[in-house]
Design a protein around this ligand. Structure first.
Ligand code: FMN
Length: 333
C-alpha cells in the first residue's frame, strides 16, 4: 500500500504527523513517536513572550553590569552561562535531528509580527526541515479591524519568507471572516502550507470562587469536522499544503480528512491520552479501509470527497442547512 504524501515540499512515508505538543520535549518520547510510525514531527513551540522576556532581562542585566559594581562584577555569571529558552530549543532541535530519521518541523508561537522572527534564521541553521508559525491572537481589540488582524498573519509570512529558505506552514485558527481569501493571501506572500485549525483554549469561570480559571480539555472526534469542511473547500484551489489538526482520534476521523483533501493529518490529544501506538492503530485502520475499498495509494483517496468532486459543491458551504435543521425531530410529549 502506497501511503506516501507530499507536504511542504517534503516526501513523507505516510500522512501521520504528531502536531506541536510536549512529546517533542523529550528525546525518548519523540523516538517512540518515530518508532510508532510518525512520518515527521512538529516540535512544541518556542514562545515569543518567553524569548522576548529573556532578551529584556539580559539587556537589563548587561546595562547594570556596565553601569558600575566593578568589584562585584567579577563574581557575576557571564551571559553565556545562562542558556536562554531559545538556546534550549535549538539544542533540542539539533538533538532530535541527530537522533531521528524523520523530518523535524520547528514551531514559533507568538502574537505580534515583531523581532522574534529573527530567531527563525537560527532554527533554520539548527537543521529544521520546515517552520510552523502559530499566531495565538484573540482579536478582542475594538479598534483592530478584520484586515488588520489578517495582516498580522500575512506580514509574518512575508517577513519570514524574505529571511529564510525553509518552507513555512501557518497554523490558523477558525475565526476569520474569509478563511479562503486569507489562505490565498498567505500563498501569495510565500507560505508553503496551512494547518487547519489551531485550537483556542477557553477560560472557564469558577462559580464558587467567582473567578476565571484556565482550562485545558483534550479534543474529541466531533471537532475534526470543522477542518474537514474547510479542507474540502480549499482542496484543488490552492497550491498550499493542507494539514488537518484537531479531533483525530480514530482511523475514521483521519480517513474523512484525507478524503476531503488533507496532505497530512496531525495527531495530538489522542497521543497524549493513549500513547504513541495510536499512530500505528490509526494507520492500520486506514490501510484496512483502503484495502476494503480497493484503493492502492493515498493519492487515490486524497480529495475524493472535496468540493471539486462532489456533485453539489455548495453542500460543503451551506451543508444543506435547511434540510439538516428540518431533519431534527423534537421530542413530543
Ligand atoms: C498539552 C498540549 C500542548 C500543546 N502545545 C502546543 C504548542 O506548543 N504549539 C502549538 O502550536 N500547538 C500546541 N498544541 C495544540 C496541538 O498541536 C493541536 O493543534 C491541538 O491540540 C488540536 O489537535 P488534537 O485535537 O489532536 O489535540 C498543544 C496541545 C496540547 C493538548
Amino acid at each position: 500500500m502506497d501511503l506516501t504524501t507530499e507536504w511542504l515540499g517534503l516526501t513523507l512515508q505516510n500522512p501521520f504527523v504528531p502536531s506541536s505538543s510536549p512529546l517533542s520535549k523529550n528525546l525518548d518520547s519523540a523516538k517512540a513517536l518515530e518508532d510508532a510510525g510518525a512520518a515527521a514531527i512538529v516540535m512544541h513551540s518556542l514562545y515569543e513572550e518567553v524569548v522576548s522576556a529573556f532578551d529584556e532581562e539580559m539587556a537589563q542585566f548587561l546595562h547594570q553590569q556596565e553601569s558600575g559594581h566593578s568589584e562585584a562584577q567579577g563574581y557575576l555569571p557571564q551571559p553565556a552561562q545562562f542558556p536562554s529558552e531559545l538556546d534550549r530549543y535549538l539544542e533540542q532541535l539539533a538533538s532530535l535531528k541527530s537522533s531521528l530519521g524523520i523530518p523535524i518541523i520547528a514551531s514559533l508561537n507568538g502574537v505580534t509580527p515583531g523581532g522574534w522572527v529573527k530567531h527563525a534564521k537560527e532554527l533554520a541553521d539548527a537543521g529544521a526541515d520546515a517552520l510552523e508559525v502559530n499566531i495565538y491572537h484573540i482579536a478582542a481589540d475594538m479598534d483592530e479591524a478584520g484586515p488588520q488582524v489578517e495582516s498580522r498573519y500575512i506580514d509574518v509570512v512575508q517577513r519570514l519568507s524574505q529571511e529564510i529558505e525553509l518552507p513555512i506552514n501557518m497554523k490558523l485558527g477558525p475565526f476569520f471572516s474569509s478563511p479562503a481569501h486569507l489562505a490565498a493571501s498567505l500563498e501569495q506572500v510565500g507560505a508553503a502550507g496551512i494547518s487547519l485549525f489551531n485550537r483556542f483554549y477557553q477560560p472557564d469561570i469558577d462559580i464558587q470562587a467567582l473567578r476565571l480559571v484556565p482550562g485545558l480539555h483534550l479534543s474529541s472526534s466531533q471537532e475534526s469536522l470543522l477542518a474537514m469542511r474547510w479542507i474540502g473547500i480549499l482542496y484543488g484551489r490552492t497550491s498550499l499544503s493542507l494539514s488537518a489538526t484537531g479531533g483525530v482520534h480514530r482511523a475514521e476521523d483521519a480517513i474523512k480528512l484525507l478524503l476531503a483533501g488533507a496532505d497530512v493529518v496531525h495527531l495530538c490529544s489522542t497521543l497524549l491520552e493513549r500513547g504513541p501506538q495510536q499512530i500505528q492503530q490509526i494507520q492500520r485502520g486506514l490501510v484496512e479501509w483502503m484495502e476494503a475499498k480497493g484503493f492502492e495509494s493515498l493519492s487515490d483517496v486524497r480529495g475524493r470527497v472535496s468540493q471539486l468532486t462532489v456533485s453539489d459543491p455548495s453542500e460543503f458551504a451551506r451543508a444543506n442547512y435547511i434540510k439538516v435543521l428540518n431533519s431534527y425531530k423534537p421530542l413530543t410529549s
